[in-house]
Write a protein that binds this ligand. Structure first.
Ligand SMILES: Nc1ncnc2c1ncn2[C@@H]1O[C@H](COP(=O)(O)OP(=O)(O)OP(=O)(O)O)[C@@H](O)[C@H]1O
Length: 369
């Protein structure tokens, strides 16, 4: 089926509106602000929050929609990318056609609407991965990895922005929860234990590994389980899960057919004044130095791509051990979103250390691409 142009589905005036809003300045929010603001989820604050999102979300969404239209090497015209663009345009329209929020009834309707927007965008990451895959398949072999840097940088901006949009929507929606979990403000747990989150994430990664290989290396966690700091447990879970999954895969692949005892994956949680650092260490053989620059790109994985098998079916929700090559770059974006970072140090022939730094201060503003 021929791909439709945006102008065939969306009115000219709406497209002009997208360009107008895409030029407006975005406003970043810090973890500390979200926490302080959300600790008093009274009607006044909910109204202020909804009014802020009513203005902020269309700006952020419009920027992404414009970028999606202007990608190099024809990526914008790939069917999967057009689908994602239409989700962004639909959401922009929903937000812009929503009248001014004046009272709690409006606020409730608005909250329902942004909740639906969040669901609409659930599959953006695998769908974009499919688009990139479609591009790679038909690509001129003369285009080398360096040329794809522009696409890589776009995807970094795009996914970073997505993390922010979903955080803001999720935080607002959660503030309506009449029975929040103890010491939770929206998505933020003011007393999150990194050791506990690391334990849960490791167990989840181990079960995927067991499903795939029939067994899984042990994971040993070192650190004070009573140590807590304010952070978003869902983000930390996702990051540790990805890192441990990579480590388990490397160790499993290296030791599954050997007589040697399988070494455990080790996680160390250190609480510094500025950062909480989580190190995930494995003896899975490491990564060759020549391969290191590639591991943070969206176009590289040594695993077979799961999309190869179900390209026509669309995107399956099945989590697999590896495959899109998105684990590390996305993990680093989550870390950077609240002022942290991710570094990978490898000793080829031995193993890999991943250092996940999380900023403790919570003062850094969202990076706004
Ligand atoms: N701990 C590790 N030991 C050895 N190689 C690793 C390790 N972590 C990552 N890698 C290498 O880096 C590549 C990219 O990792 P990344 O997590 O980004 O993607 P992936 O695991 O292949 O796929 P997925 O998107 O499912 O996470 C892997 O395919 C693997 O070759």
């Amino acid at each position: 089926m021929a791909a439709k142009k945006a102008s065939e589905t969306f009115s000219k005036s709406m497209i002009e509106d997208v360009h107008k809003w895409g030029c407006l300045k975005q406003t970043g929010v810090s973890l500390r602000y979200m926490m302080e603001f959300g600790s008093k989820p009274n009607e006044r604050n909910l109204l202020i929050s909804a009014q802020f999102l009513h203005k902020e979300l269309p700006i952020r969404i419009a920027r992404r929609a414009i970028e999606l239209q202007n990608l190099p090497y024809g990526l914008s015209h790939k069917p999967a990318v057009l689908k994602v663009r239409d989700w962004y345009l639909d959401s922009f329209r929903d937000l812009r056609t929503f009248p001014d929020i004046k009272n709690m009834n409006d606020e409730k309707a608005f909250t329902d609407m942004i909740k639906a927007i969040k669901v609409r965008h659930n599959n953006v990451v695998p769908t974009m991965a499919l688009g990139v895959q479609q591009l790679k398949k038909g690509m001129d072999p003369k285009i080398v990895d360096e040329d794809l840097d522009e696409i890589h940088q776009f995807l970094d901006r795009f996914y970073m922005s997505r993390i922010g949009i979903r955080m803001l929507i999720g935080q607002h929606v959660e503030l309506h929860n009449p029975h929040p979990a103890p010491h939770c403000v929206g998505y933020i747990d003011t007393k999150m234990s990194p050791v506990e989150v690391a334990r849960n994430a490791s167990e989840d990664a181990r079960s995927i590994c067991c499903r795939e290989y029939g067994s899984a290396p042990d994971v040993h966690i070192y650190g004070d389980p009573d140590f807590t700091f304010p952070y978003v447990p869902a983000h930390l879970h996702l990051m540790v899960f990805e890192l441990v999954k990579n480590s388990l895969r490397a160790v499993q692949e290296r030791f599954m057919d050997s007589d040697k005892v399988t070494p455990p994956v080790r996680i160390i949680v250190a609480d510094g004044l500025e950062d909480v650092t989580i190190k995930v260490s494995d003896e899975g053989g490491g990564i060759a130095r020549s391969g290191l620059p590639k591991i943070f790109t969206y176009l590289y994985s040594t695993a077979r791509n799961p999309l190869d098998e179900n390209e026509d079916v669309g995107v399956s929700d099945n989590v697999t051990m590896a495959g899109y090559g998105y684990g590390l770059p996305i993990c680093r974006l989550y870390a950077r979103y609240f002022g942290g970072d991710l570094q990978i140090i490898s000793m080829e022939g031995y193993g890999t250390d991943a250092y996940l730094h999380l900023s403790r201060l919570g003062d850094s503003q969202e990076p706004l691409p």
